[in-house]
Design a protein around this ligand. Structure first.
Ligand code: UGA
Length: 485
């Protein structure tokens, strides 16, 4: 199949590379000429496992780059729209990029095409897309529209695409359904998995992907509701973690007990400093805006957002309770990205916590395996001192904070960390360690939803519970998201 993918951001570039990988001829389009030139030169603009390999494998053969929507549309049978849908001032998704692309596509349609919305969009976007294509001169008999939401996570986007839990095909006509079925046939039939040189998958056993065929509106709802549900799962477990902490239970064991129920499942139950990234914060708000437009007050989502912002405030209170005053304290921070395995810092809880610490007069010495360059670029005014690795960050600092769940932060030489820190204090917003690992290294360990780990010889001087009045945030201090400190 000849495919155009309009928009070469995270979703677009990964989708284009993966469509080429499963055998299609793909043109990846972006209006940023610099980005396209860099891709032409073989540069990979994002930190994403297997992406460089796929681009190298297919560029110049089944994958080409272009800045021209018209050229890509004329040369393709299926056109995927993967441009950004940022948050507008009112919380709704701003669909102006989608509309602008639709206008360009419309004027280039001369033979039968299917135009497929893949960006995260509110329900009824396909309806507007169809209307926009017609208004801008596309003949109704020459196109169909469809929705095919993506469920890629940053960091595992390539394997999420190639080994999906489900492929959602939202189409209102046979032509679109059949085109999308053909496009995904290598995954739905399983033929891709028996090819030589497939991208490996180390998760569960995989034979073929499940296709869910539905109408466009249902497909659009599936995407927003999925993200909102996952965000709700995280906020729920964070709320339980706060109770767990107060009573001296252990949230990790609580999660194991909850997640063992197959109706709930163990995934996405990691308590921490809240969700971030370019998707959940924006999508939960956008989904709530959709509900409002439908006349439904989805107050549950307000609470999901409130718990998420409170999580950062509680973490700051925990730091204060561990270190007393923050002015002039030097804090080592591990993690800038919104989660591990990515260099993306958009809506990163780590950055929000750092900004709050700086505002309180602390000095921050930070390390992240991938996100330092991006942080320097996006926050040139933020007075962060950058370190070369975790140990360099810890050197001479009063305490170590873990803010992002990178694998390498879970494997630190804790004895070495102890010897480098001025005070023996680690405050972990991602629960990467067990209490005894830290205490055996002589470190006092604060985490989320668990009691404080205190080395035996320090027990007489350190309270090992989190029952600190500062951690109980009175309602009056709560603000609506987003919160600035
Ligand atoms: C999310 C969804 O997981 C994808 O399915 C979806 O396709 C994507 O949004 C999107 O709409 O494009 P992503 O934002 O890449 O993917 O990241 P996640 O792995 O979902 O993590 C989101 C945030 O939740 C991170 O800040 C992470 O640290 C946090 N998180 C995740 C937790 O705090 N606890 C958990 O148990 C899981």
């Amino acid at each position: 199949m000849r495919i155009a993918v309009i928009g070469s951001g995270y979703v677009g570039l990964v989708s284009a590379a993966c469509f080429a990988e499963i055998g299609h001829d793909v043109i990846s389009v972006d209006n940023d000429a610099n980005k396209i030139s860099a891709l032409e030169r073989g540069e990979v603009p994002i930190h994403e496992r297997f992406l460089a390999e796929l681009l190298q494998r297919h560029h110049g053969f089944r994958l080409r780059f272009s800045t021209s929507v018209a050229h890509a549309v004329k040369a393709s049978d299926a056109i995927f729209i993967t441009v950004g849908t940022p948050q507008s001032a009112t919380g709704e998704a701003d669909l102006s990029f989608v509309e602008a692309v639709a206008q360009e596509i419309a004027s280039a349609i001369c033979t039968r095409k299917v135009v497929i919305e893949k960006s995260t969009v509110p329900v009824r976007t396909c309806e507007f897309l169809r209307k926009s294509l017609l208004f801008n001169g596309a003949k109704s008999e020459l196109f169909s529209v469809a929705s095919n939401p993506e469920f890629l996570r940053e960091g595992t986007a390539v394997t999420d695409f190639l080994y999906p839990d489900r492929i959602v095909i939202g189409a209102d006509d046979e032509f679109s359904t059949s085109m999308l079925r053909q496009i995904y046939a290598p995954l739905a039939s399983g033929s891709y998995y028996s090819c030589a040189d497939t991208i490996p998958f180390s998760g569960r056993a995989f034979t073929k992907a499940r296709a869910i065929i539905t109408n466009a509106k249902s497909a659009e709802l599936i995407k927003h509701a999925s993200n909102a549900f996952l965000a709700m799962k995280i906020s729920f477990i964070n709320a339980v973690a706060n109770i767990s902490e107060s009573v001296g239970a252990d949230i990790t064991e609580v999660c194991e007990g909850i997640g063992a129920d197959s109706r709930i499942g163990p995934r996405f139950l990691n308590a921490g400093i809240g969700y971030g990234g370019s998707c959940f914060p924006k999508d939960v708000q956008a989904f709530q805006a959709v509900a409002n437009q439908c006349g439904y007050d989805f107050a549950l989502l307000t609470e999901v957002m409130r718990i998420n912002t409170d999580q950062q405030k509680r973490f700051l209170a925990k730091i204060r309770s561990a270190l007393w005053t923050l002015r002039g304290k030097k804090l080592a921070v591990l993690g800038l990205a919104f989660k591990g395995d990515t260099d993306d810092i958009r809506e990163s809880p780590a950055i929000a916590v750092i900004q709050a610490l700086l505002k309180e007069g602390a000095h921050v010495r930070a390390y992240d395996p991938a996100a330092i360059a991006r942080t320097r670029h996006m926050h040139p005014q933020t007075a962060i001192e950058y370190a070369d690795d975790a140990y360099d960050a810890a050197t001479g600092c009063d305490a170590l904070l873990i803010l992002t769940e990178w694998n390498e932060f879970a494997k630190l030489d804790l004895g070495r960390i102890r010897s480098l820190l001025k005070y023996p204090v680690v405050i972990d917003g991602r629960n990467l360690y067990e209490n005894n690992q830290m205490t055996e290294a002589g470190l006092i360990y604060y985490s989320i939803g668990r009691s404080v780990g205190v080395p035996a010889k320090m027990l007489p001087i350190v309270n090992n519970t989190n029952l600190d009045p500062q951690l109980h945030i009175p309602d009056s201090t709560r603000e609506a998201a987003p919160v600035s400190y």
